[in-house]
Ligand binder design. Structure first.
Ligand code: C2E
Ligand code: CA
Ligand code: CA
Ligand code: CA
Length: 280
């Protein structure tokens, strides 16, 4: 038994050191990845209940020369830990804005363009200035009023007043806010009422369980009611099946997003998707 304990301790240490090494690799390579244009953006369509494409969510991808494909669920948290999210987030905003401007020139008209923003980014001292400058450089007034920043709930209650102040400054530029992964975090109803958000995004875990769990079904109905009562737009993500789609339409969810309609697409494939949707 003694030697068995030692073996598993060694195994554990190996696993841990592999994980630490990978984290260090990712940390080390992120800066280079931005310069080397290994980070690209994908655009996932959002549709209204009549099936029309009304918007998209920008999702980052990293195909590393050294490490291969690294999912955002892995490199975004690391970039948040290390502070690299500031540089990365700026790059993502800039590239996304370039795409939106190009689409405007091409006549690809959407109602909204959603971009994920980390709390760490919002709290950074230059964030408001950076966003204002990028807006001025790339976006028409019309486009500016179509930008939505998706942020996740935060548990740090004492920071709420600072968040509100920052959000209000950005709202003056026309930017709107969506509460991402809603239902999974800590936010209370009073928190929801305090912060100036415009949209709720139901977390995909609730959508996945719609068909086989009464709790999830009730949860989704409850969230839809909260959104309605607070006058917030509501988006469901992770819609994969016809059944889920029909349920959400019946319950008057505004906007649907998920593999049932489309995966996240490259810029040019999104353009094709938009064209065929417009002609259908
Ligand atoms: P998220 O913001 O909740 O994004 C939704 C995730 O669900 C995306 O994963 C998307 O590809 C995936 N998804 C969409 N529809 C479906 C579906 O029908 N079924 C399933 N199973 N999944 C679906 P992705 O692209 O891997 O991104 C993961 C997370 O990484 C995002 O979660 C977000 O938190 C973060 N992330 C991605 N891009 C960015 C970014 O540019 N900035 C920041 N700060 N975070 C980002
Ligand atoms: Ca999101
Ligand atoms: Ca989400
Ligand atoms: Ca998420």
């Amino acid at each position: 038994a003694k030697s068995k304990g030692r073996d598993s301790a060694i195994l554990f240490n190996d696993e841990l050191s592999i994980r630490i090494e990978r984290k260090l690799d990712i940390e080390r390579l992120l800066h280079f990845a931005i310069e080397n244009q290994e980070i690209t953006l994908m655009y996932q369509p959002q549709l209204n209940t009549r099936g029309k494409v009304t918007g998209c969510e920008v999702l980052a991808r990293w195909n590393s020369e050294q490490l291969g494909f690294i999912p955002p669920d892995e490199f975004i948290p690391i970039s948040e830990d290390t502070g690299m999210i500031i540089e990365l987030g700026y790059y993502i905003l800039q590239e996304a804005f370039k795409t939106f401007r190009n689409w405007e020139e091409k006549g690809i008209e959407l109602e909204q363009f959603s971009i994920n923003i980390s709390m760490r980014q919002i709290f950074h001292t230059t964030f408001i200035d950076d966003v204002q400058r990028l807006c001025q450089e790339y976006l028409s007034d019309t486009l500016r009023s179509k930008i939505v920043f998706e942020m996740t709930e935060t548990s740090v209650a004492e920071d709420v007043s600072i968040i509100i102040e920052k959000m209000n400054k950005l709202k003056k530029c026309g930017i709107r806010f969506s509460m991402d992964d809603f239902g999974t975090g800590y936010s209370s109803l009073s928190y929801l009422r305090q912060i100036p958000i415009d949209e709720l995004k139901i977390d995909k875990s609730f959508i996945f369980e719609l068909n086989d769990s009464n709790e999830s079904t009730n949860m989704v109905k409850t969230i839809l009611n909260i959104a309605k009562n607070l006058n917030l737009k509501i988006v469901a993500e992770g819609v994969e099946t016809q059944q889920q789609k029909e349920f959400l339409i019946k319950e008057e969810c505004d906007i649907l997003q998920g593999y049932h309609f489309s995966m996240p697409l490259t810029k040019s494939i999104f353009e094709e998707y938009f064209d065929s949707n417009a002609n259908s």
